[in-house]
Design a protein around this ligand. Structure first.
Ligand SMILES: *Cc1c(COP(=O)(O)O)cnc(C)c1O
Length: 494
């Protein structure tokens, strides 16, 4: 299996190890597989008796053909082990009627990014060996909170890699900060900056494109790499849990082999829902894919009108991981439906004018598979309350956006196909807003919010968020944005 860029008209074909190492294509495009492997109903049936790591290894082996099955199985077993996922990797919980919650947040940081970031570093580590790389990869991450912690947990103690995370000193929650500054592992470093998330992100970008910095690293046996969500190594593992959820519905007798399911995903960068689309293209019986957004509903508008227009206000919502105006992975969908030439045009228009409009035939192809809905803040809060009171199901703010969107779709369409709703964070990860949604006074302190939510719900606090204030603080350095490179050098020389 080889991969190409979404933009290059006659581009080179690369192996999966090469593209996992490289991340973004040289022409600025994203990597996509040259063909989509298939999964038959018989294969799906036989996966039912496999554990999650085995399901993952079997599905990944269809894409990562330059990795042996044994390598993939070893990595999947290490990534999705019981210690990291004590409640299982992706349990499916029946919420009510035909609505099932696919809980992707039982990993080491209580959010769904763990599903990819627990395995991708292992794939990268092998990619370095496979491509004959003898330098150490230095991963730099700018984070607004969640991605940084998930990356730290994923890369810690992985061979051939070091990771350094920058976060805005006053731009993350107390829980997020505690999670990062107490990070364990001997190849990790964390540094806060005097600035906001954009300052952190621009600072990392400047370092990545600094030729002197590159030479400095090279001389010491390092090269820069990123943990970006557009990396294929993060996307491929996300296909697995949709297939796995289908198997679980089969095993519990909710569906018969071959029956269709629908999927609803709380969407930011369009990675998670694109993985569900790939599962459908492979042959998993999926009907509709419901793309759920918050008040930043640029994708809802795009799916309704065919016009993607980022000339609009940005809103800070209680589902911050979906506060995004540029959904990078949408480029992959455009490439699949419109081809490379048009994708190039659209991306150029987006860069130049801030918008593009797809042709009618492209729009109707997208319509066959996708529907867009969104939940505003009030609907999100009301959904959290209703689901808790009526169904005894406690959801986080991101999942609530999807639950609301799924219901809107069902009432508009009358389509009662079993619906899998991707649940992307533990309710404890956004405890203060969940408490407020349930009708309590919003706690000002994050740690108080954890305790309040526990007493209100009676549900155990997710293990990664327990006793945060009792852990050893390992990192307390703060620098100005212009000193970020010096901080990197200090870390490497320490
Ligand atoms: C990242 C994230 C999302 C959005 O996922 P995408 O793949 O970017 O669409 C949704 N919910 C949570 C909690 C997240 O962390």
């Amino acid at each position: 299996m080889k991969y190409q860029s979404t933009r290059g008209i006659s581009s080179e074909s690369l192996s999966s190890a090469e593209i996992i190492k490289q991340g973004l294509a040289r022409d600025g495009g994203l990597f996509i597989p040259e063909e989509i492997p298939t999964i038959s109903l018989d294969e799906i049936k036989s996966l039912c008796s496999d554990s999650y790591p085995v399901r993952a290894a079997k599905i990944l082996s269809k894409y990562l053909t330059d990795y042996s099955y044994d390598e993939l199985l070893a990595d999947c077993e290490a990534a999705y082990c019981e210690k990291s996922f004590p409640d299982g990797a992706a349990p499916l919980v029946k919420v009510h009627d035909n609505i099932h919650s696919l809980e992707l947040w039982h990993g080491p940081t209580s959010a769904f990014k763990d599903m990819a970031l627990q395995i991708m570093p292992r794939l990268l580590s092998r990619a370095l060996v496979k491509t004959g790389e003898d330098r150490t990869a230095l991963i730099l991450v700018a984070t607004s909170g969640d991605t940084g912690k998930a990356a730290l947990e994923g890369y810690k103690d992985i061979d051939g890699i070091k990771i350094m995370v920058f976060y805005p000193v006053d731009g993350v929650s107390k829980v997020q900060k505690l999670q990062m500054v107490t990070q364990t592992g001997n190849n990790v470093n964390v540094c806060s900056i005097n600035g906001n998330f954009d300052d952190a992100q621009s600072g990392v970008k400047v370092i990545f494109s600094d030729k002197d910095a590159e030479a400095y690293l090279n001389k010491r046996g390092y090269f820069f790499s990123s943990a970006n969500s557009i990396n294929w190594g993060r996307l491929a593992p996300q296909i697995v849990y949709y297939v796995s959820a289908y198997c679980d519905l089969l095993s519990s007798g909710e569906i018969e082999l071959g029956d269709k399911i629908n999927v609803c995903v709380p969407t930011g960068n369009f990675g998670n829902i694109f993985a569900a689309y790939l599962a459908k293209l492979m042959g998993l019986p999926i009907g509709k894919l419901i793309c759920a957004s918050n008040t930043n509903n640029i994708l809802t508008d795009f799916l309704n009108s065919g016009r993607y227009d980022r000339n609009r206000d940005f809103h800070c919502t209680m589902s911050p991981s979906m506060d995004i105006l540029i959904s990078s992975n949408l480029e992959r969908l455009l490439c699949f439906t419109a081809g490379k030439e048009k994708t190039n045009e659209y991306m150029k228009a987006l860069a130049d004018k801030g918008y593009y409009e797809v042709d009618c035939d492209v729009k109707s192809k997208i319509d066959e598979n996708f529907k867009g809905y969104y939940a505003d803040e009030a609907s999100c809060a009301a959904t959290i309350k209703t689901y808790f009171e009526k169904y005894g199901y406690l959801s986080d703010t991101h999942t609530a956006v999807a639950l609301y969107s799924a219901e809107q779709y069902i009432s508009d369409s009358g389509d009662n196909t079993p619906m899998i709703v991707a649940s992307t964070a533990s309710p404890y990860k956004f405890a203060a807003d969940v408490c407020a949604s349930l009708g309590h006074k919003k706690p000002e302190d994050d740690l108080d919010a954890l305790a309040l939510l526990k007493s209100v719900s009676g549900m155990e606090i997710s293990y990664p968020l327990k006793d945060l204030d009792k852990r050893e603080i390992r990192f307390n350095k703060t620098v100005d944005p212009k000193e970020m490179l010096d901080a990197v050098k200090d870390y490497l020389n320490a």
